[in-house]
Ligand binder design. Structure first.
Ligand SMILES: Cc1cc2nc3c(=O)[nH]c(=O)nc-3n(C[C@H](O)[C@H](O)[C@H](O)COP(=O)(O)OP(=O)(O)OC[C@H]3O[C@@H](n4cnc5c(N)ncnc54)[C@H](O)[C@@H]3O)c2cc1C
Length: 396
């Protein structure tokens, strides 16, 4: 067991923190109000190798480990408190990895270099208007058509619909296959027959969320991810990877909130002394810090397990990986939200202003409490199944 980061990992972490300080902290309000991540920020991310980090070097990525990507996600969550940049980052990392692992050579050559260069967006489309948790009940269908597939249906609450239209690119889309099972298909957002609608979110405004309708959208067979009818497993593998990076981004946001709070309670004078000298505040700080520290190591372990098994295509420890990922996705967002909320209260009335900016983090982290990358109860369902066994639950 070794908890030490390597020199390379530490140097990379520092480089990403510098990027976050220079490009994200200074621009997060602009990202939130303008509703997009500026092109120069994406260009710098591409230059640093931050876009779709785990993608192999052959396709323009840096072939990064999950641990290195997790470290970067923390720093990006700390840098852009609104979480918009973190969402962009982690979608490309998680789903870029899946396309690299399970996509065809043609699709990889066409899509991944552009994604890694910041010239195309890659996201995930599984949720439908009828629900996102019960994926097995989805209605969007793909049927064989010529040497490819034709899609009909609708996806909902999909991140990056506008970015995929503006930059190019699309979403890995889970569909019910005509012959049974699920087809996982890369669908360019600008495909004929595809139309989008943007939703008005309350947070992480720098990345859009919306619906995509498919009215006989045709995609070539080369856009199939994984084997025909077997796409569900590929999507679940992607969720394991992406949920780990979501959790890391939440941890970065929590650390930023605590740093902001600590600086303030050392300065703010109440009843003749700094706020931080009162044990009522100190104890809150300590309780939050301990929780953030615990979930950070839980997250690093999840990333370590991904490196050891999932990223090598080894599914022999799937239950262990699922438990670790579901645990961290269950705990990191609520802890981050609580940290932001408590620090906001230390600021008193000032915490309620946009000048202090804690509301950016609160609105952003909330997306992971309501459901993005899987609701909290879904993590509980995964863990309950792992702890009690599918057989026991099926026989109840
Ligand atoms: C900002 C944002 C971005 C998103 N981006 C994407 C994206 O890029 N691609 C995509 O496909 N989806 C995306 N989603 C959708 C997300 O995946 C879904 O919100 C999530 O899967 C939950 O689905 P739902 O919202 O339909 O809630 P429902 O499935 O209707 O569930 C409602 C609530 O009930 C809980 N619940 C569900 N089943 C049970 C049960 N059996 N027992 C107890 N509780 C239960 C859920 O946890 C949730 O809290 C995004 C969501 C948000 C908020």
């Amino acid at each position: 067991m070794d908890f030490e980061l390597t020199d390379e990992e530490r140097a990379f972490q520092e480089a990403v923190r510098k990027f976050g300080d220079r490009f994200l902290r200074t621009r997060e309000r602009q990202i939130d109000t303008e509703g997009r991540i500026p092109d120069d920020v994406l260009a710098e991310m591409a230059r640093l190798g931050l876009l779709a980090m785990p993608v192999s070097t052959e396709y323009g990525g840096m072939g990064a480990s999950a641990v290195l990507t997790e470290l970067a996600a923390e720093e990006i969550g700390r840098g852009d408190f609104s979480m918009a940049t973190a969402v962009f980052f982690l979608l490309e990392a998680g789903w870029g990895f899946i396309l690299d692992r399970h996509g065809t050579e043609d699709a990889k050559r066409e899509v991944l270099p552009a994604v890694c260069a910041g010239k195309a967006f890659l996201g995930i489309a599984t949720t439908e208007p009828s629900g996102g948790s019960d994926l097995a009940n989805m209605r969007t269908r793909s049927q064989r058509y010529g040497d490819g597939f034709s899609l009909r249906g609708e996806k909902s609450f999909v991140s990056g619909v506008e970015e995929a239209k503006r930059l190019g690119g699309g979403h890995l889309t889970l569909t019910r296959a005509e012959e049974g099972g699920f087809n996982f298909l890369y669908v360019p957002t600008k495909s004929p027959g595809a139309s989008t609608q943007k939703f008005q979110n309350m947070g992480r405004m720098g990345i859009s969320t919306g619906a995509i309708s498919y009215d006989g959208v045709r995609v070539p067979r080369s856009y199939l991810v994984g084997a025909e009818g077997k796409g569900f497993g590929c999507a679940m593998e992607g969720f394991s990877v992406a949920r780990t990076f979501v959790s890391a981004a939440c941890i970065g946001a929590a650390e930023r909130a605590l740093e902001t709070g600590m600086a303030y309670i050392k300065e703010r004078q109440v009843f003749g002394q700094p706020l931080g000298k009162f044990e009522g505040i100190q104890f809150e700080l300590v309780d939050l810090w301990v929780q953030v520290e615990a979930v950070k190591w839980q997250c690093r372990r999840a990333a370590w397990l991904l490196d050891r098994y999932t990223l090598r295509g080894d599914h022999s420890h799937r239950a262990e990986v699922d438990r670790a990922v579901a645990s961290v996705k269950l705990t990191a967002p609520p802890i981050a939200f609580e940290a932001v909320k408590r620090v906001m209260m230390w600021f008193g009335a000032a915490g309620y202003t946009k000048d202090v900016g804690l509301e950016l983090g609160m609105r952003g982290v909330m997306s992971y409490l309501v459901g993005a990358e899987g609701g909290l109860n879904i993590m509980r369902i995964i863990l309950g199944r792992e702890l009690l066994g599918k057989e026991f639950l099926a026989n109840q």
